[in-house]
Design a protein around this ligand. Structure first.
Ligand code: B1M
Length: 212
């Protein structure tokens, strides 16, 4: 069995120890961190999503797989992140209120940091008020809003409205993303940008801050 298949199988099985061990083995075999992420860990969590959506597995199984995925990402994190100290801009990124999904958001944070952006990770289930406080405290150029549920996508629009009401909307660009989110949705709620994945979020953010 290939190493990448072993990693995806370990994520699907929710086996944290095996996932971490196999990721370490792959690194020792000089497999790149992005290959481990895309061809191993992501394949596993996507299969979990398919099985969950089909009602074949339930939340506890998904949670175990998410833990395996997160711990696997932790092993390769330092390789995905840039080691350069120079930052070209600042962002705050969080998953919106009512939404606990944070794996994708963590990857977005990781990739934006690797593009030399100083990112404050606000966590998950972040309220509009917390985003506003984050803007006032950290003075970022970019606010990133992640949403994984069709129900919490609306909260991305609510945050944008709240930023307008608080008088801070013109201080930042708002980037949105998450599995159900599209460019059309970004246009509809008045977001400045949409990215389909973590790499896209990094490219968009870097292009914006270096254009200032
Ligand atoms: Co949930 N869940 N979940 N879940 N879960 C989904 C999202 C779902 C599609 C599964 C399914 O039915 N097939 C479904 C949503 C259906 C819908 O609304 N359309 C779903 C559901 C229904 C639920 C619950 C409601 C289940 C329940 O309780 N009945 C519940 C909601 C809880 C809540 O949030 N209030 C729930 C709970 C959970 C767990 C807690 C068990 C766990 C999350 C653990 C955690 O994150 N710490 C979980 C998981 C793991 C998933 C799946 C299986 C995997 C999500 C994931 O991490 N993907 C997911 C199915 C799936 O997506 N295939 C599912 C991997 C990750 C790297 O991808 O997050 O898409 P993703 O991020 C990508 C891009 O979207 C993008 O870049 C990332 C990296 O490339 N991106 C951005 C993300 N944010 C971005 C921000 C940007 C730009 C790009 O700019 C700022």
């Amino acid at each position: 069995m290939s190493r990448m298949k072993e990693i995806s199988d370990a994520v699907i099985a929710g086996n944290v120890e095996t996932t971490v061990a196999k990721v370490k083995q792959a690194l020792e075999e000089n497999v790149s961190a992005s290959e481990i992420l895309n061809d191993g860990l992501m394949v596993g969590i996507n299969e979990i999503g398919t099985q969950f959506g089909a009602g074949k597995i339930f939340v506890p199984t998904v949670l175990m797989a998410a833990k395996a995925m997160n711990d696997g990402v932790d092993v390769i994190k330092h390789l995905l992140e840039s080691e350069g100290p120079t930052t070209v801009g600042k962002a705050i990124v969080g998953t919106v209120k009512g939404d606990l999904h944070d794996i994708g958001k963590k990857l977005v944070v990781l990739m934006m940091r690797s593009a030399n952006i100083d990112v404050i990770d606000m966590g998950a289930n972040v309220t509009a008020e917390q985003f506003i406080a984050g803007i006032k405290e950290h003075k970022p150029q970019i606010v990133g809003l992640s949403a994984l549920l069709t129900t919490t996508m609306n909260e991305q629009g609510n945050v944008i409205k709240a930023l307008e009401t608080a008088g801070v909307r013109d201080q930042v660009k708002v980037l949105i993303g998450g599995a159900p989110v599209t460019q059309g949705w970004a246009d509809k709620i008045g977001a400045d940008g949409f990215a389909a994945d973590a790499a896209g979020a990094a490219v968009w953010s870097k292009a914006y801050v270096t254009s200032l």
